[in-house]
Ligand binder design. Sequence first.
Ligand code: EPU
Length: 423
Amino acid sequence: MDKLLVTGGNRLEGKINISGSKNASLPILAAALLTEEPCIIRRVPDVSDTNYMLQILRALGADVERSSGTVRIVAKNIIPEAPYDLVRRMRASICVMGPLLSRLGRASVSLPGGCIIGDRPVDLHLKGLQGLGANIDVEGGNMLMEAGDGLIGAEIDMRGKHGPTVLGTDNLMMAAVLAEGVTVIESAASEPEVVDLANFLISLGAKIHGAGTRRIQIEGVPSLGGTDFTVIPDRIEAGTYMVAAAMMGNGVTLNRVNRTHLTSTTEVLLESGHLVDFNARGTSVTVTPGEAPQGCNITTAPFPGFPTDMQAQFTAMLATTPGLSVIEDTIFPQRFMHCAEMARMGAEIDVDSGRAIVQGVESLSAAPVMASDLRASAALVLAALGAKGTTEINRLYHIDRGYEHIDEKLLLLGADVERVRSR
Ligand code: EPU
């Protein structure tokens, strides 16, 4: 297992490009299963999650070629069984359910196992697919789905107790594009990644209206064609470097961003006293630390609210911001594993009932820490960049799931980081 050594204190400066979105790429890659025609997908980040998804597509019979960020998929002869060994490694593998069921009339996909960021049930995914007429049984840890006479459009409300579901909306949308008749998804997720998937499907010939709102309408078509499509920038990667720049920057510019996806992240940085300056087109942003940063309160919410995927990174920043901050995660109330690790670096954080109460301290000090999930590891890297001494971040594979070449990008900005490869 690789680890990262981060020696804190260097001021960051310079420009980097933000990669294509991991969370948009994953369902889009799965959606290539919906058509026999070639799909060229550009700016797919080279991270382990997208590589797992490509392995799953290969195991399902698709022809997959990857040349840096560009992926070409031809899914002519595919099978409906997704192998457990690959599926268990990544929850987003459940994105293949909708396309397989829709294209082949059946699918067998392992139930995803436990997840460190909290309970992550699949009831809403199943509700959606059942709503289109699929029969679903759970047997030997697998979800067996069947729609012998094809899926039929229906009106389905996807609201769960924590709000809308992103991948659940994606699965239902992918299933509905080839279903007979019209499907209406109520309480749909409106995240930019859902919109990007809809745009990808539209580029294949699907008929979808309302993506980006709470009501998506899909008119089924008999078959789909091919496409050449470019994935949106990763708003969480961009947000993570924006926080790094606010904590340790001395003129950091991020190119290839989309301002409209970064509104809530920008608002919280401004509220904490930092400076955020986009270019006129909103495709590039410079973040500069404010002179008198102050604590603030954050509550995560579905888009356009503050993303749960940015919660850990802001906790790292607020750990050394003067004053008291309260951070509440309403989407994943157990997603606070990073706090205990940051406490080992001297942070003063109390976690209770889905909330972290952070008393900003002057500085953190290096310690060996353990990455527990993707965003928690990013938060530890941020904490380490500002800490005194050399922090050793173990289990780096978590961060490699979703941050393309993070060590190289940080080196470009002048950070003192070193990846120690496992033998
Ligand atoms: N939920 C249910 N039932 C379901 C599905 C979800 O109750 O059937 C609940 C979840 O437990 C959670 C809430 O609904 O409380 C929202 O979860 P959602 O389904 O939206 O999460 P997801 O689609 O599985 C995606 C991202 C996550 C991100 C969440 C929330 C991908 C591949 N994953 O997951 O990203 O945190 O949406 O925005 O797109 C990450 O990148 O680090 C990450 C975890």
